[in-house]
Design a protein around this ligand. Structure first.
Ligand SMILES: [Zn+2]
Length: 478
């Protein structure tokens, strides 16, 4: 076996992450600090995820549209919390066409302002509601501590923006889209994430309430994977989005926004990868199966058998790669595909052919099995289903194992340093207690009152011992 080509996860998880992103050819740094070049293999993962999500977004009644990259600075200033929250991250264009601009333009950090400006012209009557729009786009947020996929100055995402006649409808929409994210993360990314509300300190700038999908990575840290915001009437008032009700009375609309980004690719890497590389869930794997004919005296017939197998697997609806690099050593080729996380590898050698079999290797468990050629297509199909489920089960088990109830602040602080994970505690709701959780630990409240069942927390606040008003899930996070 070749020597490991990645830093081991136990030695240095962040270094492992950097190694695997580079060596699996997912992405690299762009020339401007904080920017990302997404390489074809990484981009394909994003594309597959995007297709799945786009279908779900359309199936829930939303339509795609596109809004401008540049936003007048004055638009951001209309919603006080919004501009305050985003100011430190803004990229601002002051010159265009060789001249100083009359008004600076912001490169969108998110599109509430420009979209709501447009909504104010689209919406007049209750008959115009609801408006259900999604945009696939790039956004820019100046990033001081960039990390490929997780935090980059420019990233790709979708942002949904909706307008409704009532507060109840907007609340329902906020939770509906949170549910879509949770399901896609669970079913396609095979990550058993938690969902719940963000504390006021972690809320989106300009929202009344923010809900989040929080995944746990293999080092026990949390990663925010998507958010859904109930915007109330904050932007409607800032942009004067008013509709006439049936009785002729005028009202501001109620709104939501929600988004997930290329960060999800980072989540897949960190939730499933091991010391041998990526382990991709079949649903979003660029290649679900790689077929490797072995060289030797009878290379011709193994290559032909491999090509036939590729055609049969493609006909069965799988994404397949033929690796016929016979000039490259077998071990090296196997290591390459493990690194790239291809769920199933099929090895066909002359001796296998003689006995009418092929070797099927699962990437998740690295188990090898000899399978009769007649049963190969069916077996591979079954393996893919099993792997998708097994990866999900693993994240679920890991999350449960690494979730602890905690009721003593000092104990919490010493424990989380040694054993990163999710800590469930009571919280009184005060900002100072929230700060106390993070003080010296670097941890934060990832969500409150999660929808998933967790062990019941203490009825008293972890920091101040007053009566708790929320169950808080506290963790270190990316
Ligand atoms: Zn408290």
């Amino acid at each position: 076996m070749a020597k490991p080509i990645l830093t081991s996860q136990d030695t240095d998880f962040p270094q492992w992450y950097q190694d695997v992103v580079a060596k699996a050819e997912l992405a690299e740094n762009g020339p401007a600090r904080g920017t990302i070049v997404i390489r074809p293999y990484g981009y394909r993962i994003w594309e597959l995820l995007q297709q799945i999500l786009d279908e779900r977004i359309k199936a829930t009644g939303h339509e795609n549209a596109y809004f401008p990259l540049f936003i007048p600075m004055s638009f951001l200033e209309r919603e006080a919390d919004h501009v305050e929250g985003f100011s430190p991250e803004l990229a601002v264009v002051t010159h265009g066409g060789g001249k100083e601009l009359g008004e600076p333009l912001v490169v969108r950090p998110t599109s509430e302002t420009v979209i709501n400006h447009t909504f104010s012209r689209w919406i007049q009557s209750h008959r115009d509601l609801p408006v259900l729009i999604n945009q696939w786009a790039n956004v820019v947020r100046w990033e001081l501590r960039p990390r490929l996929f997780l935090r980059t100055t420019e990233f790709l995402w979708q942002e949904g923006h909706t307008a409704h006649a009532t507060s109840e409808e907007a609340q329902e929409e906020t939770l509906k889209m949170l549910g879509v994210y949770r399901d896609v993360v669970r079913e396609s990314l095979a990550i058993a994430a938690l969902t719940g509300e963000k504390s006021p300190a972690e809320r989106f700038a300009g929202a009344d309430r923010t809900f989040t999908v929080e995944g746990m990575m293999r080092d026990g840290k949390a990663l925010q994977m998507g958010t859904s915001h109930d915007l109330g009437q904050n932007f409607a008032k800032a942009f004067d989005i008013v509709f006439a009700a049936e009785d002729g009375s005028e009202h501001h609309v109620w709104q939501t926004s929600w988004g997930v980004s290329t960060r999800l690719v980072g989540a897949v890497i960190m939730a499933h990868g091991d010391d041998f590389g990526l382990r991709l869930p079949p649903a979003i794997a660029p290649y679900q199966v790689v077929v490797m004919p072995l060289g030797g005296d009878d290379a011709q017939s193994t290559v032909e058998a491999a090509m036939q197998l590729v055609r049969d697997l493609e006909a069965a609806g799988h994404r397949v790669k033929l690796d016929d690099r016979l000039h490259v050593g077998f071990g090296r080729r196997a290591v390459d595909w493990e690194l790239k996380g291809v769920p199933v590898r099929v090895e066909i050698g002359p001796r296998d052919l003689e006995s009418g079999t092929a070797v099927v290797v699962r990437r998740d468990t690295r188990e090898k099995a000899s399978v009769e050629l007649e049963r190969l297509i069916q077996t591979i199909g079954e393996r893919l289903v099993e792997i998708q489920q097994a990866l999900l089960d693993e994240t679920e088990a890991q999350r449960l194992t690494r979730t602890s109830l905690i009721s003593d602040l000092d104990e919490f602080k010493s424990t989380i340093a040694a054993e990163p994970g999710l800590y469930v505690a009571g919280w009184c709701g005060s900002a100072s207690c929230e700060e106390a959780f993070g003080d010296g630990t670097g941890a934060s409240i990832r969500c409150i009152d999660p929808f998933e069942e967790l062990p019941g927390s203490e009825p008293r606040c972890l920091a101040c011992d007053n009566l708790a008003s929320h169950q808080a899930v506290i963790a270190k996070a990316y």
